[in-house]
Design a protein around this ligand. Structure first.
Ligand SMILES: Nc1nc2c(ncn2[C@@H]2O[C@H](COP(=O)(O)OP(=O)(O)OP(=O)(O)O)[C@@H](O)[C@H]2O)c(=O)[nH]1
Ligand SMILES: [Mg+2]
Length: 305
């Protein structure tokens, strides 16, 4: 399956929401009047693009319709496609530095999909021929360590872990030493879920970052904030709050498949904290896609046929 088809499958629920209006009108060969435009506006809001963003998008759409003297579904699709693409911007892929250690540090609130994404990423980079190591720096629960162990076996990646209750920064220290000694390409660090306002937990994250800065001084490090699309507009608040406490290099937007809230990607891009670099579209090992704005937008809107 190509990346577009994967996005399309993953975005089924959001796509249904937005295309229902557009395609229904198309079939009736009708024109978009005020009432139909309002329905379209409502479905964009329901997809969690954010009310203010939808206001802007609709205003621009209406201005475009007026200027072009068009009120048909094709024009509207085209206009939305252009607007969404502009908001999402260019594809921003993480690049690994050759012959050097690269580190992904995954952070985020409880249940966002950090551990699962660590496993999927390990698999993805193993498939690309990279030497990948996973580090279980969520030491709060035994289950968290076991969960990452299962993923490491699935992906065929080495796991570094300690016992429950160990200092997460110490596990990270171990993992870095081991990864450096054996010339690993990529170290992926799983951390415990935390809220940005839990001071002790944010201090723990700082400590992990200090260990990375000191022990892996030459490494390329990406701090990746994992965001659950199911949280819709709350996900935005989380992204803002987290990034204010801890600088973030990229976002992993998970569970795009789980609801019709795929529009949150547009809202996230608009606040421009960090680019969305990966998208989770399921629970399987292959269900993490490099975020491709073009494929995403194409998958969100009905096909022009
Ligand atoms: N449908 C779907 N489910 C996902 C996706 N990513 C993660 N999940 C599910 O979300 C649940 C939580 O995922 P975890 O990876 O355990 O989340 P976490 O952030 O590590 O959670 P904590 O360690 O408890 O903070 C699991 O049931 C995953 O299978 C996704 O992209 N799509
Ligand atoms: Mg976890």
């Amino acid at each position: 399956m190509g990346i577009f088809d994967k996005f399309k499958a993953g975005l089924t629920k959001t796509r249904n929401l937005i295309t229902a209006q557009l395609q229904g009108i198309k079939l009736q060969l009708g024109k978009f009047d005020e009432a139909k435009l309002e329905e379209l506006e409502y479905s964009l809001i329901r997809s969690d693009m954010g009310a203010a963003n939808v206001d802007e998008i609709m205003a621009s759409l209406k201005a475009g319709m007026k200027a072009a003297g068009r009120d048909d579904a094709e024009f509207i699709c085209q206009n939305l496609q252009e607007q969404f693409s502009k908001i999402l911007g260019e594809k921003k892929e993480l690049s690994l530095q050759e012959n050097n250690l690269n580190i992904f540090l995954l952070i985020g609130v409880n249940g966002a999909g950090k551990t699962t994404s660590c496993g999927k990423l390990a698999h993805q980079y193993m498939e690309k021929g990279k030497q990948v190591m996973l580090c279980a720096a969520d030491t709060f629960r035994a289950a968290a360590i076991e969960q990452l162990q299962v993923w490491s076996e699935r992906a065929g990646a080495k796991l570094i872990s300690q016992t429950i209750g160990s200092d997460p920064a110490a596990v990270v220290y171990d993992a870095i030493s081991s990864a450096k000694a054996r010339n690993y390409d990529l170290l992926i660090i799983d951390t415990a879920g935390r809220l940005h306002n839990k001071k002790n937990l944010m201090q723990e994250l700082d400590k992990i970052k200090r260990v990375i800065a000191k022990e892996a001084a030459g490494a390329r490090v990406y701090t990746l904030l994992v965001i659950d699309a199911l949280n819709g507009q709350n996900a935005l608040a989380q992204a803002v709050n987290f990034s204010e406490t801890c600088p973030v290099d990229g976002l992993i937007l998970t569970k795009l498949d789980g609801s019709g809230k795929g529009g949150v990607a547009i809202a996230l891009a608009k606040i421009n904290i960090a680019p969305i670099v990966f998208a989770g579209v399921g629970e399987g090992i292959d269900d993490l896609l490099t975020f491709d704005p073009q494929a995403f937008v194409k998958a969100l809107l009905p096909e022009n046929d």
